[in-house]
Each structure stands twice: as structure tokens, then as C-alpha cells.
Design a protein around this ligand. Structure first.
Ligand code: PLP
Length: 392
């Protein structure tokens, strides 16, 4: 075998997702893209805000634009602006030195998990969870463990407590959540903070909280809780992939709570990983986003699509919780085998992701980061598939 043994299974798992994308492509070739309803990707389609385009144009015209290596932790003006923003969002003063600019939230998570977790130790995350976490745990040589959530996909603190072991180094949460759309309330986050403080004392080792929040600004009547205020041993991860629709431009960051145990050592180690892997985050983008930190995409477009898709799912008789944030719906599969139901939808030229990809079989994920016309076009197929499932 030409590739490392540890990669063999991982590459095979990857192939399942790759095949799903390829199959979507084949369907589009066969039936025409307008006759295929693709809800399988989390790729934002709402355009970036006009301020961002203007900032980029202005930068490109300027003579002072720098194309050299950037400082490993990022350009200082961006770190300063992010520190101000984080201090407001998290109810805790965050100095610029504790903020590191990264290649997306994915880069930030890889940096911080490698800095914190020894090979064989555990990362605990509530399920359903973003499927990238499996890969990041794999690259860290860590074990990804899961704890179930409640019926609305909110935190089940008792389940988290039961799942913590002496090997748990990190509890990794994601709010607003991909794929469930849950936004954890302040009371849940405060409860989690108390639980982690007590578990760390009981087990005699610090459990860190890593909070992944790239959908923070995509919320519908919900507020994302200030996680740093709830537990000092917290690292916040965020990016501009979703809030500015810049997913392909790969720009994100992490911030270590200044009062976290060994905060500076953790920041230095994670920044070192960043440097070892990629040297620095894209420089032009760092300079551009620093100018538009208050901006966000038009969330009303996502709200409209959520409501449109929600109304269709209701009409068809699917069971689901309306998402409080992000741009995914996570309905119950009307047949127990979610992969089979994804195939039934494929026969209707509707592409979704089975819940098992997110650690929760029996559900499926719909990404509503698609034009309204795609949602409307899928209505009849969703109704027909539900009828067929009821007869199955
Ligand atoms: N975390 C979650 C929950 C995500 O949904 C994604 C991307 O979809 C990421 C992290 C990675 O984001 P980025 O594009 O910023 O690397």
C-alpha cells in the first residue's frame, strides 16, 4: 500500500462524502442543474456585504498593500479589532495578544486541538456535530467522543458529565450548531461552565472548553451566549466564512481567555502549530476584513429560506425543530435508515446529507444556503418521498 496505514480507513471514509458530491454532479449533468435540488453543501450563497467589496477594491488600488509574510499570529490592526469585538461578545476583556488569526475556523481548531490534546486523549462533543471534528481529532491522534443532546438538540449536561473521563482534555461545542441549528442559551452555557470547573477539580486536571462559533452572526431571534464569561478556561474559535460569505478565502481566528490556566503557553503552542502548518493566514484578506468587522451578510435571506423550507416540511409532515441559527434544518428521517431515505430523496433529484455523517443516525441535514427557487422546486419531491416513506 503506497499510503500510510492510518490513512487507509480515513481516506475510505472521505470517499463516501466525495462520492456523494460526485453523484450530485452526475445527476446535474444528466437532468440539468436546474432540475436537481442540492441541499448537501454548507457553502454560503448570500453575497458578501458591499462594504467588504469596497474595502477590497480600495486595498487593491493602494500602493501600501503588503504581500510579504505576515506575523505568525496575524496583522496587529486585525488582532486589535478582533480583541475589541470579542470583549463585547464575551463579556470579558480580551487583549489583542490572546487573539491569533488563522486559515479559517478549521485552521484554528486544528491549531488549538493539537496544542491542547495528547495522542490518545479525548475530545468530547455533543452530537450531532460538524463532521470536520472527526478529521481534526484524527490529525491530532485524539479520540472524538460524543454525548447525546436533548430532544431539541440542546445541551444535556447530565449526559456530558457522564461522558467525561480522566482522559477528557477538551469539551468542544458549536453554537449556532451545524447541523441542528440549536443556539445554546446562557443558562446552558453557565451550567456547562460550572460542570467543567467541578469535573476538572474532581479529576485533578484541567478540562478546556473550545467554542466553535462561525455562525455567531447568523441567528434568528436568538442570542449567542458569552461563553468566556461562563468559564475562564475557554478558547473561542470563529471565522469569516459564513458571516461575510468568504468561505473560500480561508480566514478565521482563535482567542484564548486571558485568565485560562496556562493561557499564554496555550496561545504560543497553538500559534506555533499555525506557523508549522501554514506560516500565516492570507495577508490580503487580513487587511480587508480588519476594515469591515461590524459588517455581516444579509441574515434576512437565510431567515426567509428557513421559513420557506420549514413551511414545506410542515406541509409534507416531517418532524423537525425550527433552527435558531446557522443555515441548516435537521429533520427526523421518516424511515429509520437515514442513508436509505437520502437515497429515496435522490430518486426525487433532492440531495441531502444523512444524519449518521453528524453522529446521529435517523435524521438528515438540509442546507438552506441555496436560492429560494431551489427550495420551491423541491416541494413536490419532498412531499412524494414522505408519502413513499409512509407506505414503506
Ligand atoms: N465549524 C463548523 C461548525 C462549520 O460548519 C465549519 C464549516 O462549515 C467549520 C468549522 C469550518 O469553517 P471554516 O470555513 O471557517 O474553516
Amino acid at each position: 500500500m503506497p499510503i500510510a496505514e492510518r490513512m487507509i480507513r480515513r481516506v475510505a471514509d472521505f470517499a463516501v462524502i466525495k462520492n456523494m458530491f460526485e453523484e450530485g454532479r452526475r445527476l446535474k449533468e444528466r437532468f440539468g442543474a436546474e432540475n436537481v435540488y442540492d441541499f448537501s453543501l454548507g457553502n454560503p450563497d448570500v453575497p458578501p456585504p458591499e462594504e467588504f467589496r469596497a474595502a477590497l477594491r480600495e486595498l487593491v488600488r493602494s500602493d501600501t498593500l503588503s504581500f510579504g509574510y505576515a506575523p505568525v499570529a496575524g496583522h496587529l490592526p486585525l488582532r486589535q479589532a478582533l480583541a475589541r469585538r470579542l470583549s463585547t461578545e464575551h463579556g470579558t476583556p480580551v487583549p489583542p495578544e490572546m487573539v491569533v488569526v488563522t486559515v479559517g475556523a478549521a485552521g484554528a481548531l486544528n491549531d488549538i486541538l493539537r496544542a491542547l490534546v495528547n495522542p490518545g486523549e479525548e475530545i468530547l462533543t455533543p452530537a450531532p456535530y460538524f463532521l470536520g471534528y472527526d478529521n481534526y481529532a484524527f490529525l491530532t491522534d485524539a479520540v472524538l467522543k460524543t454525548a447525546p443532546t436533548d430532544a431539541r438538540f440542546h445541551l444535556d449536561l447530565a449526559a456530558i458529565e457522564r461522558a467525561i473521563t480522566p482522559q477528557t482534555r477538551v469539551v468542544l461545542i458549536n453554537s449556532p450548531n451545524n447541523p441542528s441549528g440549536a443556539v445554546y442559551a446562557a443558562a446552558e452555557i453557565n451550567g456547562l461552565g460550572r460542570l467543567l470547573a467541578a469535573a476538572s477539580d474532581r479529576l485533578g486536571g484541567r478540562i478546556y472548553l473550545v467554542c466553535d462559533e462561525p455562525y455567531r452572526r447568523i441567528v434568528f431571534d436568538a442570542e449567542v451566549a458569552p461563553v468566556m464569561a461562563a468559564y475562564p478556561h475557554t478558547v473561542v474559535v470563529n471565522s469569516f466564512s459564513k458571516e461575510l460569505s468568504l468561505a473560500g478565502e480561508r480566514i478565521g481566528y482563535f482567542a484564548v481567555h486571558p485568565q485560562a490556566e496556562d493561557a499564554e503557553t496555550i496561545r504560543d503552542a497553538a500559534a506555533a502549530v499555525n506557523s508549522m502548518l501554514v506560516v500565516n493566514a492570507p495577508g490580503l484578506l487580513q487587511q480587508a476584513v480588519a476594515r469591515v468587522l461590524g459588517a455581516a451578510v444579509d441574515v434576512s435571506a437565510y431567515r426567509r429560506r428557513r421559513d420557506l423550507m420549514g413551511a414545506i416540511l410542515n406541509e409534507a409532515g416531517y418532524e423537525f425543530t425550527l433552527p435558531e441559527g446557522a443555515f441548516y434544518l435537521f429533520p427526523k428521517s421518516p424511515v429509520p435508515d437515514d442513508a436509505r431515505f437520502a437515497d429515496m430523496l435522490k430518486e426525487e433529484r433532492i440531495l441531502v446529507s444523512p444524519g449518521r455523517a453528524f453522529g446521529v443516525p435517523g435524521y438528515f441535514r438540509i442546507s438552506f444556503a441555496v436560492p429560494d427557487v431551489v427550495i420551491r422546486g423541491a416541494r413536490e419531491g419532498l412531499i412524494r418521498a414522505m408519502r413513499r416513506a409512509a407506505g414503506a
